[in-house]
Design a protein around this ligand. Structure first.
Ligand SMILES: Nc1ncnc2c1ncn2[C@@H]1O[C@H](COP(=O)(O)OP(=O)(O)OP(=O)(O)O)[C@@H](O)[C@H]1O
Length: 335
């Protein structure tokens, strides 16, 4: 069997999930961006899926860390070790080096934050690092022709941020990055049940509630879900049935912020590009696009066509991979 000793890699380094694409192979890894660290020695014990299993179940000797917050690196050292560890999983410990790496970053990122991503990628062994903005990668990943003289609008709802951008002629004409994403929705669910139902649930349970019965619009048949949490009155664990009506109420304010940001971006869009968006519609990507009815909610609010991309969780890594495969072609989209 032939092993390539030098590889080109594209990474969607997300707040919630990290996906890795290898040139010529496609997406080879998709794991949560979480690490378990030994509290005494700061040594990394587990990375990705194994670490997520341990989240909110740790004791004093170990802690779980999400090294990215709001789409950017919050814990530099841990982020670096996470990237290295994930790449090691991909390489199956084969001694390969990374020739070129393309990493996507939020569009509103500062120079210092960009530097942190570059440094982490270089320390992970990349000899050449290129950055591409997330909404641009998402647009490429869903097959939009970003080079033509036509406006496309993309709304990417990730774990940490919502990125809204109007793209034309290989550039971002205008964008808005909102620090509201899936994690904020989970937090809102935790708060809601604590405040209104005296029920304390963990963030993983909140995420499950969001994915299974969460919605942005009224459902034809409202849903119930059994969840386990601590009853704050009796102080002991209990099973409770919660309704999708309550979950929607919990999500309302954050979803309102996302719709308002989309409206604001549309209002700032130059008329010719606005006309293109009217004709082509708004494309939604990122895990948040999977929330039931979120496309309908936006459609009602902005009165334009809104579509959820196919496999929205992988749109950004597909686009980042596409840039990696055709670097010369996409030189203008690199930040
Ligand atoms: N069916 C679903 N309904 C609602 N939300 C979902 C669903 N499936 C996944 N999500 C949410 O999508 C988010 C992860 O999306 P994604 O992987 O696109 O984010 P990310 O790239 O890690 O984050 P960011 O782009 O902000 O750095 C999580 O918050 C997750 O809970």
């Amino acid at each position: 069997m032939f092993f390539n000793l030098s590889q080109d890699v594209a990474i969607d380094l997300g707040t919630a999930n990290t996906l890795v694409y290898i040139r010529g192979e496609g997406i080879v890894l998709n794991e949560p961006s979480i690490v378990v660290v030994d509290s005494d020695t700061n040594e990394v014990r587990e990375i990705g899926h194994e670490a997520l299993q341990m989240h909110e179940r740790t004791h004093q000797d170990i802690e779980t860390i999400w090294p990215l917050r709001d789409g950017v690196i919050a814990d530099f050292k841990v982020a670096e070790e996470m990237i290295q560890g994930l790449l090691r999983k991909v390489k199956n410990n084969w001694l390969t080096s990374i020739r070129s790496m393309v990493v996507c970053v939020p569009s509103g990122i500062t120079e210092v934050e960009k530097r942190a991503v570059r440094d982490s990628a270089e320390h992970a062994g990349a000899r050449k690092v290129n950055l591409v903005s997330e909404p641009m990668a998402a647009a490429i990943g869903i097959g939009l022709d970003i080079q033509e003289a036509v406006g496309n609008m993309v709304v990417d709802i990730g774990g940490g941020t919502t990125e809204i951008a109007v793209i034309a002629l290989s550039g971002i004409v205008l964008d808005e990055s909102l620090r509201v994403g899936g994690a904020e929705l989970d937090k809102a669910i935790v708060q809601y049940f604590k405040r209104n139902h005296n029920l304390l649930i963990g963030s993983r349970t909140a995420e499950r509630i969001k994915c299974e019965v969460g919605s942005a619009i009224e459902l034809d048949t409202e849903l119930d879900l059994s969840v386990k949490g601590r009853d704050l009155v009796s102080g002991i664990p209990k099973v409770r049935t919660i309704s999708s009506v309550n979950v929607r109420e919990a999500l309302h304010d954050n979803l309102e912020q996302i719709s308002a940001a989309v409206l604001r971006t549309l209002e700032r869009t130059p008329p010719e590009l606005g006309a293109d968006v009217l004709e082509r519609g708004i494309m939604m990507t990122g895990g948040g696009a999977l929330l039931e009815g979120i496309d309908q909610m936006l459609r009602d609010r902005v009165e334009l066509p809104v579509y959820v991309a196919e496999d929205p969780l992988k749109a950004v890594v597909r686009g980042t991979g596409e840039v990696l495969e055709n670097l010369e072609n996409y030189e203008r989209v690199l930040t």
